[in-house]
Ligand binder design. Structure first.
Ligand code: TRP
Length: 341
């Protein structure tokens, strides 16, 4: 079976963008067709200024939201990155394969570093090396496919380069992964700023629908979405991004087609109203399940414990092989030492 790996970073509350753009595909398609791992990548949350209690809270919440969205621990492996030492172990080896120039060319690093400096903060070294840790996440599991948004394509490309380079230098060790763009997913944009993605890290409320927003809040946010000048409802991503975003969200929630839906509506108002209701209906079962999971924290903890165990078993042989291949002396097992004595 195809090995699939993807990750969610607990730096913000998960959004409708995360759900329609990724999580729904993981639950509906990937976990059924592949041997899939879904990881709450908490080490990555430490690459920018962070509040320890918040990272802890968001990690727990991300786990229960992944399960609420339909990830089934019988079918896939859900776990927390820091529970499996292999990620950090492998990351160091890959730092010895990656170059400084390669890191500094990463678009996301350049953008984030500028933003951090503008805020008057300093840039953590881990922000620069982040893509190497991400490569370790992927390569430790012999991953073949990495379902991610196009903003992560460059990072997956780096993971490929590092795998190929390591294999050439030290002998075949890693499977060379590739990014897969989700097939049934929508690219949801910020409702107030329809040319930028509905991300979770830029925690500014009104344009972002969070998975745990109450129905009233969802309605308000959708009704206040920025639309374009003009009155007719047409689907045009370039010229009418606000409208296109609403049509895409509606289509994603109802299984329709944005261009076809544009013919159905005469006014922005009725489109917004239907979109709001469609989003509320998509979120309803997820929120209900989440509430049940919150009432049973022992269950979620159990899932994460078992997930980490399974993940460790999968990653250890590959990471150990990388340690040997790169020239590190294998530790001598206890039994051998006592035999010598
Ligand atoms: N960098 C990804 C993001 O910001 C999260 C991530 C970390 C990831 N490690 C990964 C995604 C490995 C896929 C595979 O969204």
């Amino acid at each position: 079976m195809t090995r699939v790996f993807s990750g969610v970073k607990p730096t913000g509350h998960l959004t409708l963008g995360n759900y329609l753009g990724a999580m729904r595909q993981w639950a509906g398609v990937d976990q059924h067709r592949a041997d899939a791992l879904f990881c709450i990548v908490d080490l990555h949350a430490l690459t920018v200024a962070h509040d320890p209690a918040r990272v802890r809270r968001l990690s727990r919440q991300s786990a229960s939201l992944l399960l609420a969205a339909g990830l089934d621990p019988e079918l896939c492996t859900v776990f927390v990155q820091s529970h499996v030492d292999e990620h950090a172990r492998l990351s160091y080896l890959l730092e010895c394969v990656a170059t400084d120039g390669e890191m500094r060319r990463m678009i996301q690093y350049k953008e984030k570093a500028v933003r951090e400096r503008e805020r008057g903060g300093s840039v953590r070294l881990s922000l620069l090396t982040y893509p190497v840790l991400m490569a370790a996440d992927i390569l430790a599991y012999g991953t073949e496919e990495v379902p991610v948004g196009d903003d992560q394509a460059q990072h997956v490309e780096l993971a490929r380069d590092l795998a190929v380079r390591f294999n050439q230098r030290y002998g075949h060790t890693f499977v060379v992964p590739r990014a897969t763009l989700p097939t049934v997913a929508a690219r949801v944009m910020n409702l107030q700023e329809p040319t930028s993605k509905m991300g979770k890290s830029d925690d500014t409320g009104p344009g972002i629908v969070y998975l745990l927003d109450e129905p009233e809040v969802v309605r308000k946010k959708v009704m206040r979405a920025v639309t374009d000048s003009g009155r007719d409802v047409v689907y045009d991503r370039q010229e009418r991004p606000g409208l296109a975003n609403l049509l895409e969200i509606l289509a994603a929630c109802t299984g329709g087609n944005p261009a076809a839906l544009s013919g159905v509506y005469e006014s922005y108002g009725s489109l917004k109203k239907d979109t709001a209701e469609a989003v509320v209906e998509v979120l309803r079962p997820l929120q209900k399940k989440h509430k049940e999971l919150c009432a049973d924290p022992g269950y979620v903890e159990g899932v994460l414990r078992e997930g980490a165990e399974r993940a460790r078993e999968m990653a250890r042989p590959t990471v150990d092989a990388a340690y040997r291949a790169i020239g590190l002396l294998p530790p001598v097992p206890e039994t051998v030492v006592s035999a010598v004595r």
